[in-house]
Design a protein around this ligand. Structure first.
Ligand SMILES: CC(C)(COP(=O)(O)OP(=O)(O)OC[C@H]1O[C@@H](n2cnc3c(N)ncnc32)[C@H](O)[C@@H]1OP(=O)(O)O)[C@@H](O)C(=O)NCCC(=O)NCCS
Length: 152
């Protein structure tokens, strides 16, 4: 099964069926429930930090959505890959694409929020040089969250 990362459209211009796929992906992979309007309103421009993973039928199987939070910093708003495609190095590929695009635009930091119980993701980010810099109470229904940040 082949899948490849492509530049994604802005979330507000996604078609209805794709929004449904994104909602299901978020629910399955992060436990977070989104409605159509909340997916569409995510502030993600079209750039090298907006990546969608497409399978051989061009169905969406993952995404990495980041924005340009400030001149200095990019913020990862969502990062999820369908279970069939996890652990194949595709997450690392997307991460490297994001960092290359961010550096090209002159950014020097990456930041994101992650659930405290998501050990797999926390370790993934730690191995890529991010550290926990803050704890979030009441951000996730399931418990505490962490803000992670790293230099790029
Ligand atoms: C976090 C997430 C996006 C990472 O994606 P992934 O595709 O599983 O990540 P990768 O396969 O690139 O990396 C995971 C590990 O798989 C291993 N791996 C297995 N097969 C591999 C291969 N063929 N090539 C490279 N790495 C491979 C690597 O050891 C890698 O570990 P590393 O960090 O030491 O490089 C994904 O696991 C996911 O969707 N998780 C659920 C949602 C989530 O938690 N999102 C983050 C919220 S903030």
């Amino acid at each position: 099964m082949g899948a490849r990362w492509c530049l994604g459209p802005s979330p507000k211009s996604l078609d209805r069926p794709t929004i449904e796929v994104v909602k299901q992906l978020f629910l399955d992979q992060t436990g977070e429930r989104y409605v159509e309007a909340s997916v569409r309103s995510l502030p993600i421009p079209e750039w090298g930090g907006n990546l969608v993973l497409l399978d051989e039928n061009n169905l969406l199987r993952g995404l990495l959505w980041a924005n340009k939070f400030s001149d200095q910093r990019v913020r990862v708003v969502a990062f999820a890959i369908d279970s069939d495609f996890k652990g194949l190095g595709l997450g690392s590929q997307a991460w490297n694409h994001l960092l290359a695009a961010a550096r090209e635009d002159g950014h020097t930091e990456v930041q994101l929020e992650v659930r405290g119980d998501n050990h797999h993701a926390i370790e993934f980010y730690r191995r890529r040089g991010l550290d926990i810099i803050d704890t979030l109470e009441g951000y996730y229904k399931a418990g505490v969250g962490y803000v992670m940040r790293g230099n790029i």
